[in-house]
Design a protein around this ligand. Sequence first.
Ligand SMILES: [Zn+2]
Length: 383
Amino acid sequence: MAPQSSQLNRVRATVDALLRAARAGDSTDFDRLISDRDPTFPDRARLLYDNLSTLPFTTLQMRVDPAHFGLSEARRRLLGPDAWVQRGIVVWRLPGDAVEVEHVVWLTFLEAAGDVKVAGTIDEPAGNVRGQQPSWWLGPFIGREWNEVTVLAGLGQSLDRWVQLAAAAVANVRQELPDGLGGSWNGHVVLEAPATVRDFEAILSKPAGSYGSIAAVTHRAGTTGDAIRIVVNPRAAQLPERDLQAVIEHEIVHVATGSPNSPAPTWAEEGLAEWVSMRVRPDQRSEGTDELLARVRDDGPPRSFPPDQRFGAAARDLEQAYAEAWLACRFIADQHSESQLGLFYAELAGGSTLDEASQSILHLSEAALTAEWRAYLARLARY
Ligand SMILES: [Zn+2]
């Protein structure tokens, strides 16, 4: 066997043994594979051990790519001339994930006394563009699986509270989702509640500072596959209980309908999610409703359903776009029927154009549907 590939085998054996030791709760075996040449690394390794040994994984593996990368000058001085970096693909799954989730991490290795040890997690090749990060890579996390809900909670987050909120929200969404939707949903929800806004953004692979005002996101977790998870902004934990519940219900509608993979226009996805969560508490209105109706009074109703770009995290009048989307779905449910709203959404999610979905379910052209919605908004604005 070539020396290169035998070293690769030893690296892989070290990584496998590390994960095995963590899952078995064997900190002695784990520590044996950790280098303390960087004196800050044992604490970092202990944090990872605590996460890996306690979180409710159903799968946890790591593949290590063969390519070696060098270290920065400063790190080489600290770790020695022979330390190197390799790319690892973590493959992990939580109860409720539809499939395994993969994330890229970078591991620093060195050889000491004939053993390959892990010496760091902070070295990356120059110019590396970071993708989504595993939550538990970023800081201490605790987790629990409870009925249809799996929650991972970062430092300072109440695991009990998130589990209760998510479980109640799953039940409400199940109750209120129009018939015929959610057919491919496994009925489970995986929710991650990180400690900081920065971690929230790192999990989503969004630039720092760009998602600070977004309460929660439902996304495809990992670099491949269709595991759909909810990630909540820690700032959302300060919302009043019923508002937070509504946020979680909104996100669970996205999970149930698979919106991150759906070809439906964003207004239909967001409108349906708002409509379901508002139905749970009929006295509530989508947040930008007052502003929207004031604008309708002043300038008339919007000319068309809101285009996808109005739902970007940095879009101006984002709340008004949500209110337009909510009232579009409420209009279909009120003026046609709830079951038609469900069928209409299902058509869009199946790839039909707006005109096709409207013709086949509501017997209206897109233009006629738009005109009816505009008249509905004008009537609402008069009250
Ligand atoms: Zn949404």
